[in-house]
Design a protein. Sequence first.
Length: 182
Amino acid sequence: MNVVDEVMELFATRGHDAYVGEPVSQLEHGLQAAYFAERERASDELVVAALLHDIGHLIHKLPEDAADHGIDTRHEHLGGAWLKRYCGPEVTEPIRLHVPAKRYLCATDAEYQAQLSPASIQSLALQGGPFKADEVADFELNPHFRAAVALRRWDDLAKIPNLEVPPLESYRPRLERVLRDA
């Protein structure tokens, strides 16, 4: 099975799982994030990153309610590492950094934390809370930090029940351009 078929299979088998405390499924969440990236004319790599930013949730073996048990699934690292075999840092780094981007935005945008959903606030606590000043400065040195912040904002928007967006299959050509079998 090639990597694009494997991604499609992951969404077919696990994509209908609830998106950790939100009113959408994993598949709906990924499709909405990709849709918002497309609306902002993001690169193919960043649209794929938006679509797959939570793929770590689809491949780990932890229960959906792991956060309720005080467990940080570290899905961003798992997903980034899994995808590293198939694509470059333009995809994997925004994925790996989308959780630190939430911590960054909580530290740098006074209004950001107030708009987070209860599930996102719960995971923020498990992920270390808002960055301290030195962490903000270090994060801004990463060449992918702006892409990660953009992805984070699409991630936060992508929780709208019944939003009409293009289907998963419409992303196949883009996935085929960006992902390559190892």
